[in-house]
Unconditional design. Structure first.
Length: 168
């Protein structure tokens, strides 16, 4: 059985985007520090009654009284910022429209890459589960503008494409 909002209110205090244990339990918990540990995927998790939960999902439950319907998006891209103002319940598609730029991106712009054979900038966007080709451009700024217009048309979040560590 999943943890409830009532369980969370008994076990934790919520402050500044973090959950803090109310008691030390068996004495191994430091109640002065935020509960949980950071996983290799950079999300924080907390173990309750033998089950591991993502902290952002617990914060949502703590505040709203139910688990999110879909996924939780960290609006600013910081997976450790679990302040309720930074969390939103979204579909997978909406969550993908608020991604940070991948570390292997070479153009510095989402959906823009150099096409060696054509000797031009190639632009694409994935929307409605389909990759759409937006054209080839001689000038990088024109390619970037085409991509930005497509993001607006397909209602991407304004933070989409931010660089790692950059918060809009």
């Amino acid at each position: 059985m999943d943890v409830t909002q009532e369980d969370l209110h008994k076990l934790f205090d919520y402050r500044d985007g973090d959950l803090y244990w109310k008691s030390t339990g068996t004495g191994r918990r430091d109640i002065s520090k935020p509960a949980g540990c950071i996983r290799s995927d950079s999300y924080k998790t907390i173990r309750i009654k033998g089950k591991q939960y993502y902290t952002h999902r617990l914060v949502w439950l703590y505040v709203h009284g139910k688990f999110p319907n879909e996924q939780i998006d960290h609006i600013n891209g910081d997976k450790l910022d679990n302040s309720i103002e930074n969390l939103r319940d979204v579909t997978t598609q909406e969550n993908q429209r608020n991604q940070s730029m991948r570390v292997n991106n070479k153009s510095g712009h989402m959906g823009v890459s150099w096409h060696t054979c054509k000797d031009k900038w190639q632009v694409h966007i994935k929307a409605d589960s389909k990759t759409k080709h937006l054209g080839y451009f001689n000038i990088l700024e024109d390619a970037v503008e085409a991509r930005k217009q497509a993001e607006i048309k397909h209602e991407f979040h304004e933070n989409h494409g931010r660089t790692q560590g950059e918060i809009a």
